[in-house]
Design a protein around this ligand. Structure first.
Ligand SMILES: [Zn+2]
Length: 98
């Protein structure tokens, strides 16, 4: 809701799963009905875009392909599911920039 202090996280030397930029943070989430978490390394730009539900079509596709390789569908990941992106990966409910 934009009412808390900004989240500050130090990046490490890993590469972003979307753009391969070096300097990423690890985002961990549990797919729907799964007890096994998945991890995504994301740069600051793509972490912000994921959390704000406003990934670009190409970025969404990058994550979708990597999830498929793990046997997962985007609809099993809350921030990527069909209420937030259409079948082509266009953001449907992007949150605004503060
Ligand atoms: Zn990135």
């Amino acid at each position: 809701m934009g009412e808390g202090d900004p989240l500050i996280v130090r990046t490490d030397r890993r590469r972003c799963a979307v753009c391969h930029h070096q300097g990423a943070v690890r985002y961990v989430t549990f797919p729907l009905h799964s007890r096994r978490p998945i991890e995504m390394e994301l740069c600051s730009e793509h972490l912000r875009a994921l959390v704000a539900r406003r990934l670009g079509v190409h970025s969404f596709e990058q994550l979708r392909r990597q999830l498929v390789a793990l046997g997962l569908d985007v609809n099993e990941v809350f921030l990527l599911h069909e209420a937030f992106y259409d079948g082509q990966g266009r953001a449907l409910q992007p949150a605004g920039e503060v």
